[in-house]
Design a binder for this molecule. Structure first.
Ligand code: PGA
Ligand code: MG
Length: 229
């Protein structure tokens, strides 16, 4: 029997497991160019990630005072999706320490689930291309659970995807790891402990996200989780 305090971990994808910034930046900039907007430097794209591709593009356009009218926005969003579907794992790779740490968790029989606001199809394709698919019991994307009564995806910051991950892992104690406000809110709403990935694309300073612990590298995850017991 392992003395590890959790039998499952829910993991955010962008900015937590994978450094997807360069491919997301290329996709958003491709769409911005189509709309006659200025390019956004990769570093700035970090602040746009976390709510899914649609929110990313909307934030970029709004920052330039652009039109959010449906007829202007929709074609650019389609351009972004089309481009990203063909170029989503060009530069994307796991952050340092991810593979080793996932190996260690698997050796302790801790179940792993990906909970992302990316569309499930994109996330699945990227995990497949990086050879990571089999490490996870389940993958829950931003569109996996359908929409709520208000027409919004049942995605983070809602508790639904975290609770579903827990159920699919058959977990008694799940902890969550993520890099944005949405991750912390979703974990809180689900009533599970949460670790902030301070090396990720944090939309505010990592220590202000309200997580139970902050890690500066994925290598620090296991000791941080033990500290939450
Ligand atoms: O693609 C996004 O904006 C969000 O993805 P994440 O939930 O895996 O961080
Ligand atoms: Mg993230």
């Amino acid at each position: 029997m392992s003395d590890f305090p959790f039998d499952a971990i829910g993991l955010d994808l962008d900015g937590t497991l994978l450094d997807t910034k360069a491919d997301l930046a290329a996709a958003v900039n491709h769409a911005l160019a189509d709309g006659g907007y200025q390019q956004v430097p990769a570093k700035q794209v970090e602040g746009l990630i976390g709510g899914g591709a649609k929110v990313m593009l909307a934030r970029a356009i709004e920052a330039q005072g652009g039109s959010m009218a449906e007829e202007d926005f929709r074609p650019l969003y389609k351009t972004l999706l089309r481009y990203y579907s063909q170029h989503n794992a060009v530069h994307t790779q796991p952050f340092p320490g991810v593979i080793e740490t996932l190996d260690e968790l698997a050796a302790m029989d801790v179940k792993l689930a990906v909970v992302t606001n990316k569309f499930e199809g994109f996330a699945a394709e990227i995990l497949e291309q990086l050879g990571l698919t089999d490490r996870f019991v389940t993958l829950i994307g931003g569109d996996s659970l359908g929409k709520d009564a208000n027409g919004n995806f049942r995605a983070k910051p809602a508790a639904d995807p975290v609770l579903t991950a827990m159920e699919r892992c058959g977990a008694r104690r799940l902890a969550f790891v993520g890099d944005s406000t949405y991750d912390v809110m979703a974990a809180r709403a689900a009533g599970v402990p949460v670790v902030a990935a301070g090396y990720g694309y944090c939309d505010k300073p990592a220590h202000d996200l309200g997580a139970d612990a902050v890690i500066d590298s994925f290598d620090a995850l296991i000791p941080a989780l033990r500290g939450l017991a």
